[in-house]
Write a protein that binds this ligand. Structure first.
Ligand code: FAD
Ligand code: UDP
Length: 376
């Protein structure tokens, strides 16, 4: 195969994984990123004051059922066992999440066994809702009004800036309800935390003689002509200079504070009451429980509408976004010499494992096309 000059826009997981695959096939890979660091939103760095490993763009927990992806990340970094056990403060009390038998018994001050709790929740759930479409309908159908009000309504209004009646049921479907005492937030077979952070892992993925990384470098479309192909993991609407308008995102503000000892006793404490302005507090040393630090670093997390100069975090995907997205996707498909990848390039909420899976699949498909002489 002839050697190609390839450009990756973005040094996050998408750009790094595809870039590595291309470099291993002998192609020349240039990676540009507008930020002053690699690893995109997974970026981790040690806090200078306390030495705590901080998840700079919010907490990232690796969880997957995909054995190949798990093997891939373990090739570049040691993953240590980590279970995400989230708590929530609501109505003046602390509860266990995701909703499990402990949460239900605690909330209703009962001592129910699994079958009793299941029957109890079925009794209070709104069975008139047969096919839940909205977030609120999904919640009312599956946990009833009390638990919905306590744990989901206020949090969701803060997180998404709109009523749960305007949001799709799919957002809540990500969370399980368990009738046992399993409080592991995720149910995936493989779960863990990189021993030295995600940035070290990405650094090792990028450590190949065929890869050159340029930080503080923003991509412009004119640059594309210099390359045989571009893999673009920046915002889809940004690529087209927002000519159809901006796709809606939520951004996050993190209010950092430090303390000594243990501030809250867990990594993630959600706040269910709408009166508390932040959605959650994350205490980063608990993400590396094998390390010991005297100091502690916490982030209060606030969610708001994303302005033109803010970092886009969560795609909103309401009805108006869907129509605009459809047109942008058509334009992206018509573009030759560019493949749109990753959470921003495809305007989807993607977990890290799905991002890596898609990057591996996209890279392989590209190489196959190239080998057969067809353009992607
Ligand atoms: P990104 O990481 O966003 O990388 C894109 C890169 O492109 C960025 O570095 C950006 O600077 C660069 N870029 C953009 N435009 C340009 C341009 N024009 N020129 C040059 N560079 C550009 N996943 C999990 O599996 N577990 C979790 O617990 C988890 N928690 C999360 C928490 C939050 C708050 C968020 C927002 C996401 C979370 N995720 C989690 C998802 C995870 O962050 C993504 O799966 C992953 O970051 C996607 O990688 P990416 O390379 O597609 O995008
Ligand atoms: N959610 C909630 N209360 C909580 C946690 C989550 O209402 O204590 C809702 C909220 O709308 C959130 C969705 O459930 O966007 C999915 O939760 P998840 O923890 O997966 O959120 P993410 O990882 O996207 O921040």
């Amino acid at each position: 195969m002839t050697k190609m000059n390839l450009l990756m826009v973005g040094a996050g997981l998408s750009g790094a994984v595809i870039g590595r695959m291309m470099a291993e096939e002998g192609h020349s890979v240039t990676i540009v990123d507008a930020r002053d660091h690699i690893a995109g939103n997974c970026h981790t760095e040690r806090d200078a004051e306390t030495g705590v490993m901080v998840h700079v763009y919010g907490p990232h927990i690796f969880h997957t059922d995909d054995a190949e992806v798990w093997e891939y990340v373990n090739r570049y970094e040691t993953f240590l066992p980590y279970k995400n056990r989230v708590k929530t403060t609501s109505q003046g009390r602390v509860f266990s999440l995701p909703i499990n038998l402990h949460t239900i018994n605690q909330y209703y001050e009962k001592t129910m066994r699994p079958d009793e709790a299941r029957a109890f929740i079925e009794e209070i759930a709104d069975k008139s809702i047969e096919d839940p479409q909205t977030f609120e309908e999904q919640a009312l159908r599956f946990v009833g009004p009390d638990l919905y009000e306590a744990f989901f309504k206020g949090y969701t209004i803060k997180q998404w800036g709109c009523s749960p009646t305007e949001l799709p049921a799919s957002i809540l479907k990500r969370l399980p309800v368990r009738f046992n005492y399993d409080d592991n937030y995720f149910f995936h077979k493989f779960q863990g935390m990189p021993e030295n952070g995600y940035t070290q892992m990405v650094e090792r993925i990028l450590d190949h003689p065929g890869i050159t990384v340029h930080l503080n470098t923003r991509f412009t479309r004119e640059q594309a002509a210099e390359y045989d192909h571009v893999f673009y993991s920046g915002p889809l609407d940004g690529y087209f200079d927002y000519e159809l308008g901006r796709l809606g995102y939520r951004t996050l503000d993190f209010e950092k504070f430090t303390d000594t000892g243990d501030y809250q006793g867990c990594a993630v404490m959600n706040y269910g009451d709408v009166e508390v302005p932040y959605t959650r507090i994350t205490e980063h040393k608990h993400f590396s429980p094998w390390e010991e630090h005297e100091g502690t670093v916490c982030y209060r997390e606030f969610s708001r509408a994303c302005g033109p100069d803010d970092i886009p975090y969560y795609p909103i995907r309401l009805m108006e976004e869907k129509a605009m997205l459809g047109t942008y996707v058509e334009k992206a498909n018509a573009e030759t010499g560019v493949t749109f990848v990753g959470r921003l390039g495809t305007y989807r909420y993607l977990d890290m494992d799905v991002t890596i899976r898609e990057a591996l699949d996209t890279g392989r498909a590209f190489l196959q096309h190239a080998a057969s002489g067809t353009q992607m």
